[in-house]
Design a protein around this ligand. Structure first.
Ligand code: FAD
Length: 383
């Protein structure tokens, strides 16, 4: 389908830079491109109005990873790379709140806890044994004094979860919770403020083709879009168009309960290397994860319910956090983009196209800084 003359006038399907994917990464790339180059026409396209990836469907944690996760990651990535990634998450969150004000996205630095239950004795010994060394690495990389602390007996006795979850806990000083919908609305407002354009409801099909010294994209209605440069920020969905890229979709289930009488503090909680996470949400509990129990079933970019995992999350809540039945007030899934290693992919894929994908479970923390890096890459090449 070709554009009508009138549509072409109004929609202006040609831009200097088109960003495909309007999650946190794509919107921040668009924002920084305009901020650095106010004369550049920047257009962000998303297949849906308010992003249907991970950015509006995550659990609202502004997290940088539990100590258990860092220790685990270091076995494959090494200390240096893991510390570097931690620093990037920290810087990403600082940058995020410089652009979207904390009060606009209900960002609250509540801190976090990693919980260890009976049966995890060896892991607890390993992780606590490495705590001081990680605190020192993190202090040297970020300036954060004592990121991790073992929770003392008195505090632990006040709110220790029930049902075999009482081995111990490690407090993480720098964790927060936020409202992802408000965060994304804030990004849209900022993109508009600097003069960037955004269209929802435009699903790009197929990779960009060279045309007249630029790149031609086609959407699912057959309409053509053109740009000098294209940024792919489609994260967990990138494999639909670029199956060779080492990113797999990873679905995550989230459940919110009605009001519950629970003891746990207002903080972000992690269990089992971050595979299960929960926090207070209004008067209830938000709990998510469990993907490790069905990795195959959750390797999909189709949103949907995994009854087995929802059952596990309900059991977990009933067993460890509350007594008796509880009401379920919301349930949804979100798609992350993961790969054989945790480092995001931020690179040129040809002369004119950049890819910024694979943000794993870290994109709230990393997305802003990655968007800025994309803007730097394009600005350098344009100069
Ligand atoms: C349940 C859950 C919990 C999480 N917890 C945390 C956490 O604690 N801390 C943290 O930092 N991160 C967390 N994350 C991860 C974080 O949400 C993501 O890493 C981040 O949102 C990725 O942002 P993105 O912009 O790269 O991708 P996305 O937000 O996925 O955006 C990609 C966009 O591309 C669009 N798109 C896809 N294909 C096309 C196409 N062909 N044409 C046009 N548009 C297209 C999609 O509609 C989507 O809006 C969590 C994620 C989930 C799902």
């Amino acid at each position: 389908m070709s554009w009508s003359l009138w549509e072409r006038d109004i929609i202006r399907p040609r831009a200097a830079v088109i960003v495909v994917g309007g999650g946190i990464t794509g919107l921040s790339a668009g924002y920084f491109l305009r901020e650095k180059n106010p004369a550049l026409d920047v257009l962000v396209l998303d297949r849906s109005d308010l992003s249907t990836g991970a950015s509006t469907r995550n659990a609202g944690f502004a997290c940088m990873g539990s100590l258990g996760e860092l220790v685990d990651d270091a076995q494959t990535m090494g200390h240096e790379a893991v510390t570097g990634l931690y620093r990037r998450r920290y810087e990403g969150l600082q940058l995020l709140q410089q652009i979207v004000p904390p009060e606009e996205m209900d960002l609250h630095w509540c801190g976090g806890y990693e919980l260890f239950g009976e049966g995890q004795e060896a892991e607890w010994a390993e992780v606590t044994g490495q705590l001081e060394a990680w605190n020192e690495r993190i202090r040297a990389a970020t300036g954060i004094e004592r990121a991790f602390e073992v929770v003392g007996e008195a505090e632990w006795d006040e709110w220790r979860p029930r049902g075999g979850m009482g081995l111990g806990a490690i407090r993480h000083a720098v964790e927060g919770r936020l409202h992802p919908g408000k965060m994304m609305r804030g990004w849209r407002r900022q993109l508009k403020r600097v003069g960037g354009r955004f269209y929802g409801g435009v699903a790009v099909v197929g990779r960009g083709e060279a045309k007249d010294g630029g790149v031609r994209l086609v959407d699912e209605l057959g309409r053509e879009w053109e740009a000098d440069r294209v940024v792919w920020a489609t994260n967990g969905f990138v494999g639909r168009i670029f199956p060779e890229v080492k990113v797999k979709p990873a679905r995550n289930q989230v459940l919110v309960t009605g009001p519950l009488d629970v003891q746990i503090p207002d903080a972000c909680f992690h269990y089992n290397k971050g595979y299960v996470y929960f926090r207070r949400c209004g008067a209830g509990i938000l709990i998510g994860g469990g993907r490790h129990l069905d990795p195959e079933g959750e390797t999909t970019d189709r949103l949907g319910t995994n009854e087995r995992l929802i059952g596990y999350l309900k059991d977990f809540t009933g067993k460890h956090l509350t007594e008796g039945p509880f009401e379920e007030v919301a349930q949804w899934s979100g798609i992350m983009g993961v790969g054989p290693e945790k480092m995001p992919i931020v690179e040129w894929i040809d002369e004119r196209q950049v890819m910024a994908v694979r943000l794993s479970g870290m994109g709230v923390a990393l997305g802003t800084a990655i968007g800025r890096r994309v803007a730097e890459l394009i600005t350098e090449r344009n100069d």
